[in-house]
Design a protein around this ligand. Sequence first.
Ligand SMILES: [Zn+2]
Length: 319
Amino acid sequence: MLCIHRRLRQVVWNDQIMILAIDIGGTSTKLGLVEEGSVVARSRMDTLGDADEQAFLDRLVERALALAVKEKVKIRSVGIGAPNGNQLTGTIENAPNLPWTKDVPLARMISERMNVPAFLGNDANAAALGEWRYGAGKRHKDLLVVTLGTGVGSGFIVNGELVLGSAGNAGELGHMILEPEGRACTCGRKGCLEAYVSIRGMKRSYEEAIATTGKTCLDLDIPAIVEAARNGEPEALVVFDRTARWLAIGLANAVCATGPSRIVLFGGLSRNRDLLMPRLTRQFDDHLLNIYKGRVDIVTSELPDDDAALLGAAALTTV
Ligand SMILES: [Zn+2]
């Protein structure tokens, strides 16, 4: 009897139980094993190249099981962050950058294949949950997390819960209209925050600033604009001034809706703290309604870049 007990304890020690986190991006899909807010093992694969979603699932599960076997880990549950992921239905809905044309019920497909619970949400909501559970949003039960990158995403935590809305699609701050007759947005409307504050929007702002000077500019990527700003180029500094102003107005408006005590910025633009934050906080204070002044701060993400999306996906399993 004693021997059996020893063997059982040995099995438990060798097979730790962890969350499998999956972050599906437009070009690559990352996998991670997560324990107590840390990514302890990672893998990745191409998102594209499969004939259909079933073939993608086959590859994904194979990769996940290989990782679990290698690390001697049992998978307790699966969290998946994906563009256009609907947390209410566990479905990726008509995602613009993914190779499937129809809605894909990926949470159910993975759960059935791996025989564990699986949860899916959109990447911005996953980021919000990751910041709230493990990052700069800890201890804030009213929080706004904004992801700044190719697009502008957001997730609202209100009274300790992620806001999903009636159809699982709440929190589209990037498509709040700032300029009704403004720039065309990818959503088909005009003047959305995303059309100004995204990578595409910043490039457009730089083109506009350069056009007034008669200069020509061939290299328009964001690192070049950042470097130019650090070197004091007036047109590049104007881009940061304007981007900060639009973002400040968007955030001040969002505060009116849910009254968060903290706003966490996440993603590419937020990594240029020195250029963005002084301009942003000044503009934010100027535009914030009086009753919120001194009650909300803006910070940048504290999560390691490589792990933030995986921790967010893992957090989807604990909602
Ligand atoms: Zn839009």
